[in-house]
Structures are given as structure tokens and as C-alpha cells.
Design a protein around this ligand. Structure first.
Ligand SMILES: [Zn+2]
Length: 375
């Protein structure tokens, strides 16, 4: 997955979002009916084994050492603003690198890869004046990941590969003020978030994702806007599509940035039919364990976890080795805490391979998809 916590994002910049709407491609709507079948395939896979999610996109992209020029490619060579660091743009300007990274994670044992779309909303893309590219970014990212997934599924039909549309939290928060002198101020409204998330999700679905992953949730109200938008799309298109939800515990007291404990987070999203609920980012595998225990003991949904490769060191880098991370993940497995496991900041295909190997030795945690929640 791609996750920007290490770079000071998401709370340091607050930009006005575009209200411009995008339209989905109606010619693909018939095909979308097939989404209902995807739901069954993933649920079936979850009954049979612990599913492996990919690792960090950003860590892998750093290895390419792309310059400003590489980020721009031919198409944006005269763009008026610097775009270096806009990793999502690479789905358009360096699609081979993105496909290669997905391929490495599938080869390492991932069942699910995330699209390179963590920041592909009008709200986050405003940082680069690239709001108008949102549909294309999501659509192309989904196509790239889906093509690689299908190649692996053809080679290994016993282990179908899936693509999760990555939906980040944006760089604004709906339930808190960024201005300490004006606590009532909000940089974004629920409605603005709903519109932005709807555009993103429509393009991801049009591009062929198998499921949607609302992730790195630091403010549950932002996530609710995404869930509301997804629900609207499901109704309008008469489709069902699996939804994964992943919150982020950001401090030592075990709360999200908007102040919820793990249990409160679980309860606040429990009214939505979900495939899975869990946590990612901010903490290493070890520190995440007690929070996973809280939700695993209180829900009948599948539980997901994709922690960072340990806590960041003095340089903001993550240096837990694949073996160290796998040995901590073993505790999740021994305690039957998870159904879906992967990595966030600092994780690589080597981490995912080590995690996949140990997870393959365990039976999945029992899940009962027919009931939403047993809080
Ligand atoms: Zn992360």
C-alpha cells in the first residue's frame, strides 16, 4: 500500500477541493454486474485461507529514484508545478514500474494488491493542481493492477488474485479543526468528501477493481463519507462490491486521530455491510496486537492487519527485517486474530514473502459473513 505518514502528510496542508463532478463510463455498466460474483470468490477464499495483502508502494518506488522529469513523463513536461512526489501520477507516466511492483508482490505470495491510488481524490490532488486527472488516475491504476492480477490467476488458478481499490483518508479532516484558534472551523465538509470519494470509487470500479479498501482512517467521519458514496454507487449500479475498512491508531493511548479507541471505531462503522475491518500503518506489528485483539474478539467480520515494518527510527525510516516482522505476525496467527495480513510503511516483497510463508501454516480465523457484527 502507499501511505504518506512518514512525509508529514496528511495534516500539514489544507487546500480547497474541487467540486467538479466526473461521470462514469456507461458502456462498462453491464460488466459491473459481475461484481457480485467477485464477492463470492473473495468470501470463499477467506474461508479457505489467510489472505495476504501487498506491502508498501512508496518504499518500492523509492528504489527507482525517479527524477522530476521521470514523474512528468512526456505528457506533463511543461506542467506549471513540480510533480515529484506525486506517486499516484506514476500510474500514468511510469505504468511499467507500477505493474512491476504489483507483480513482485503477487510473486511474493500476495493474494490482494492495492491500486496506486491512495491520494487520487480531487482533495489530495489539489496539492499538485491535478484535480482534473482524478478519473484517469483511478481508472488507469485499476487497469494496471487488474491486468497483472489476471496474469497470475491464469498461471495459478487455485490461488485467484484480487485487486483492492485503495482509498486514502485525503489530507483534510471533517471532524476537527486545523486551526487551534478556531476550533469550530472545518477545512472540508462531509458533502465535499462524499463527492470526491464517489468520483474516485466510480473510476476504480470502472477500471475493474475486485474490492474497495477504505484505509489509513484517522478520522471516521471521512471514512463514513467514503462508505456513503460507495453505498450510493452500489444502489445506482445495482451491484455489490466487497469493502475492506482499515483504521489507524496514531497514539500510545490506542486511539485514532479523531479520538476513537479500537472498540469505538468498530462500533461506529458496524452499520455498513463489510468484508473486513482492521488496522494499518502508524504502528509496528507488535504494537498493533492489543488493538487487533479488541476487534477480533468483538466482530464476526474478517479482520485485517497491515502494520508498518516496526516503528520509525530517528531518520523516519522503518528497519524491521522480514524475519522480525514475520515472527511478530506469528503472535497474530497463534491467537487467531486475523484473516487478511500484509504490510504498510517500510515493507517490501521480502516482508510479504516471510509473512505469507508463516501464514500458510495456519488455518484462517473463523468468519461468519452472513452476520455483520456481534458487538
Ligand atoms: Zn503506512
Amino acid at each position: 500500500m502507499a501511505c504518506p505518514f512518514g512525509s508529514g502528510f496528511p495534516l500539514q496542508s489544507f487546500f480547497r477541493s474541487s467540486k467538479k463532478d466526473f461521470r462514469c463510463n456507461p458502456s462498462r455498466r453491464f460488466e459491473l454486474q459481475l461484481k457480485n460474483q467477485e464477492m463470492n470468490k473473495i468470501q470463499q477464499a477467506l474461508q479457505n485461507r489467510i489472505l495476504i495483502l501487498d506491502g508498501a508502494m512508496g518504499t518500492m518506488l523509492q528504489r527507482y529514484k525517479f527524477s522530476e522529469e521521470d514523474f512528468r513523463g512526456e505528457r506533463f513536461k511543461d506542467f506549471h508545478k513540480s510533480v515529484q512526489g506525486n506517486n499516484d501520477l506514476l500510474s500514468i507516466t511510469q505504468p511499467k514500474a507500477i505493474a512491476e511492483i504489483h507483480s513482485k508482490y503477487f510473486a511474493a505470495g500476495a493474494d490482494i494488491v492495492e491500486t496506486n491510488t491512495f491520494s487520487s481524490t480531487t482533495i489530495a490532488m489539489a496539492d499538485y493542481d491535478m484535480q482534473d486527472l482524478v478519473y484517469e488516475l483511478n481508472y488507469e491504476s485499476a487497469k494496471i493492477a487488474k491486468k497483472v492480477a489476471e496474469e497470475f490467476t491464469v498461471k495459478e488458478p487455485h490461488k485467484p488474485r484480487f485487486v483492492a481499490g485503495a482509498i486514502g483518508p485525503t489530507n483534510k479532516t471533517a471532524s476537527m479543526s486545523p486551526d487551534v484558534n478556531d476550533p469550530g472551523f472545518r477545512a472540508i465538509s462531509f458533502e465535499e468528501l462524499r463527492v470526491a470519494y464517489k468520483q474516485q470509487c466510480e473510476a476504480l470500479i470502472d477500471g475493474g477493481v475486485d474490492l474497495l479498501l477504505v484505509e489509513t482512517i484517522f478520522d471516521t467521519l471521512n471514512a463514513k463519507a467514503a462508505l456513503f458514496a460507495i453505498d450510493e454507487i452500489k444502489e445506482e449500479r445495482n451491484i455489490d462490491i466487497p469493502i475492506m475498512i482499515s483504521g489507524t491508531i496514531t497514539d500510545a493511548s490506542g486511539r485514532t486521530l479523531s479520538g476513537q479507541t479500537a472498540e469505538a471505531f468498530l462500533i461506529s462503522i458496524s452499520h455498513i455491510p463489510l468484508l473486513s475491518v482492521g488496522f494499518n500503518c502508524a504502528l509496528g506489528a507488535k504494537q498493533l496486537t492489543p488493538h487487533l485483539e479488541v476487534i477480533a474478539n468483538r466482530t464476526n467480520l474478517a479482520v485485517s492487519a497491515y502494520p508498518n515494518a516496526g516503528l520509525p527510527n530517528a531518520f523516519g525510516e522503518y528497519d524491521e527485517s522480514p524475519e522480525q516482522m514475520a515472527s511478530q505476525v506469528k503472535e497474530y496467527l497463534d491467537k487467531q486474530l486475523v484473516n487478511i495480513i500484509g504490510g504498510c510503511c517500510g515493507t517490501t516483497p521480502e516482508h510479504i514473502k516471510a509473512i505469507a510463508e508463516i501464514a500458510s501454516q495456519y488455518k484462517p480465523r473463523p468468519v461468519f459473513q452472513s452476520e455483520n457484527l456481534a458487538v
